[in-house]
Design a protein around this ligand. Structure first.
Ligand code: ADP
Ligand code: MG
Length: 348
């Protein structure tokens, strides 16, 4: 639908590898104090002095993680950065640098890569990170993009998945399930488009959930909020695969159990109405949908007054002893064991 709005097509071969790298990276500026040397040498040089450094990588493959028939390349570039920043923030660190590696086939003109890099540049500006390197190579078929993100955190401030304690509260930022429902709408419209390319769908009723799929954000603001409120989470993880599997990660690694309250799970009205339209249960979507990039964390009860009533944060559960197990407490007050189902099995 959206691919190739750009009329001009400059063949990648016309530039050569070095010309291409220069062209794509010429706008990147260095803002971080810790960046000593960015793009242009054999390796970047960073100096974090007495801070701890966190490093994380994600690889995204065309046809597996994204579909260019509805994912504009600018959004793909943005999202490839965001999914990595989310992992940095989930350690309670601040993201400082990324590297970007791409493999492209000659089916992509230069203008397509310009769009991809415009998205990367936008994310770098908004989240204040330096692009300090990468690699560029060719692929026989599709597009691959791999981003590595680096962040800094004061010693002893990093937060792991394994620190949750019985009687802690389970807290989540934002709302859940929207990105998955946005994907359902985009998949449906793709099928409609195949049959009737002239059909102009009205996507306005789905604007929020589509945006959550195509232009997710990482919760840097929540890390700052927690720091400002002087809340010290005992464990933390970001929600990439769905609430259910992330709760199970925290519980397994912390050796605790948990009660998750169905009625407390935050849902946007567009998620509720779209689930009704598709005749699927919104709790199932919130539990298993994935790609929310919200933060899930535990706090001791002492910290509860500091977050109480905050519109960005919802208390959704209660940490228990390991032997109690991990359960969903339904609206009907029955208890169902949580499973790390996930819709996508191998796709992450
Ligand atoms: P090398 O041969 O040592 O791998 P390259 O010619 O691939 O070096 O890269 C030259 C410089 O450009 C390096 O600083 C590298 O990190 C950077 N670079 C290469 N490809 C990309 C890319 N796709 N995005 C950002 N920086 C890149
Ligand atoms: Mg290289």
């Amino acid at each position: 639908m959206i691919e190739d709005k750009n009329q001009q097509r400059t063949q990648l071969n016309d530039l050569g590898e070095f010309g291409l790298i220069d062209h794509l990276t010429k706008n990147f500026k260095i803002n971080q104090k810790s960046t000593v040397k960015g793009i242009g040498d054999d390796a970047a040089v960073l100096n974090f002095e007495n801070k701890k450094v966190v490093v994380t990588t994600d690889l995204m493959v065309e046809g597996i993680h994204f579909d260019l028939s509805y994912m504009p390349l600018k959004h793909l570039g943005y999202k490839a950065v965001i999914v990595n920043l989310s992992d940095v923030y989930a350690m309670n660190a601040i993201a400082t640098q990324i590297t970007v590696s791409i493999a492209v086939s000659n089916r992509f003109p230069l203008e397509a890569l310009e769009d991809l890099y415009a998205g990367i540049e936008t994310a770098a500006k908004i989240y204040n990170i330096d692009v300090v390197g990468g690699d560029t190579t060719s692929s026989n078929t599709g597009l691959l993009i791999s981003v590595t993100a680096i962040g800094e955190v004061e010693d002893n401030k990093e937060i792991y998945r394994n620190g949750a304690k019985p009687n802690d509260l389970l807290v989540v930022s934002g709302d859940l399930g929207a990105a998955y429902m946005g994907l359902q709408i985009l998949e449906r419209e793709k099928e409609v488009y195949k049959v009737n390319p002239n059909n102009q769908p009205d996507l306005e009723p789905y604007s929020y959930i589509i945006e959550r799929q195509l232009k997710p954000e990482a919760r840097k603001d929540v890390i700052k909020l927690l720091s400002d409120l002087e809340v010290n989470p005992t464990s933390m993880i970001d929600i990439s695969d769905g609430l259910s599997s992330e709760i199970i990660h925290i519980c397994k690694q912390s050796k605790v159990g948990c009660d998750l309250y169905e009625e407390k799970i935050p849902l946007d009205p567009q998620v509720i109405s779209t689930c009704e339209e598709f005749n699927i249960d919104s709790t199932t979507i919130a539990l298993n949908g994935g790609e929310d990039y919200e933060l899930l964390f535990t706090i001791s009860q002492e910290d509860f007054p500091k977050i109480k009533g905050n519109p960005s944060l919802s208390v959704i559960g209660y940490i228990k002893e390991e032997k109690e197990g991990v359960h969903l407490v339904t609206r009907a007050e029955t208890k169902i064991p949580l499973k790390a189902q996930g819709w996508k099995n191998f796709n992450d």
